[in-house]
Ligand binder design. Structure first.
Ligand SMILES: [Zn+2]
Length: 276
């Protein structure tokens, strides 16, 4: 009788192991995504000599906001873009660029400090692309892992330093990429404004899905009219990217946040406030 119950116990234990091993993949799939919150960071202002340089059909001078975003995930902080350079904060008349003047009222580093963070605390630095108003503070993040599309990594831009020369560790996906493997931070290939432009789709627990644009679209007027700036690297590819974005937004029931659109600035809550 004792031997029989021992055998029984052994069989039960085996069954339990089999059931556990069957259950594990399902549990992994159901694991809660590690994303916790997202901060919106002010990353400068651009005064344009001619608004039509970015918004076809516009006239007169214009203004673009510059926005960066910080995602807190259980496996690290992710910064999306770095804005124009913090050093401009000390320049009363700002810094002249090809299209206008860049100004900074508050540095990115000071906004991170308000959250108790140093640049070295950023695990992943995702760049939408390598233009100056997105890479101005790149040097602060030499300890982070850069995440850029391979087409952008391989590009030698006419102005500025090619990304491989910065000397950072890098992940260079070709096309869409799930950064943490849990679907909470997705890079979406939207090439065209530059050779390897990418958007970032963030799935927040309460706010829902939000697509961050970089320069795949600069203004709401461009989004509504389906137009792209005359200076884009590849106009047909840029138009395809807009169509792709419309499809991804629909599939994910996502909001579109246009980082350069001034009318959106007033609607956002900036760090230290956050979106959950
Ligand atoms: Zn830009």
């Amino acid at each position: 009788m004792k031997r029989l119950s021992l055998l029984h116990a052994a069989i039960s234990a085996c069954m339990a192991l089999v059931l556990m091993s069957l259950a594990q993949p399902a549990l992994a799939q159901q694991a809660k995504p590690g994303i916790e919150r997202m901060y919106v960071l002010y990353c400068g202002d651009i005064a344009l000599n001619d608004a039509s340089s970015f918004t076809p059909g516009a006239s007169g001078p214009g203004h673009l906001a510059v926005t960066c975003y910080l995602v807190k995930h259980a496996r690290g902080y992710v910064l999306f873009d770095t804005g124009v350079g913090d050093h401009i904060v000390t320049m009363p008349d700002g810094q002249k660029s090809r299209a206008g003047v860049w100004t900074v009222k508050k540095t990115l580093e000071s906004q991170l400090a308000e959250l108790g963070l140093k640049p070295g605390d950023i695990t992943y630095l995702v760049l939408s692309h390598s233009h100056g108003d997105h890479v101005g503070n790149l040097k602060l993040f030499s300890q982070s892992t850069l995440v850029v599309q391979k087409a952008e990594w391989d590009w030698k831009p006419p102005v500025g330093v090619p990304l491989p020369q910065i000397g950072m560790k890098a992940i260079t996906p070709e096309g869409d990429h799930d950064l943490f493997g849990d679907g909470s931070v997705m890079l979406i290939a939207t090439h065209g404004h530059s050779p390897g432009h990418q958007n970032m789709l963030v799935r927040l627990p309460q706010t829902g899905a939000v697509m961050l644009t970089g320069d795949s679209v600069h203004t709401k007027a461009n989004w509504d009219s389906g137009r792209v700036p005359p200076g884009n690297f590849n106009a047909p590819q840029s138009l395809e990217a807009l169509e792709r974005m419309r499809a991804v937004l629909k599939e994910n029931n996502a909001q579109l946040w246009i980082g350069h659109e001034p009318s959106e600035v007033a609607q956002r809550k900036y760090a230290p406030a956050y979106y959950e």
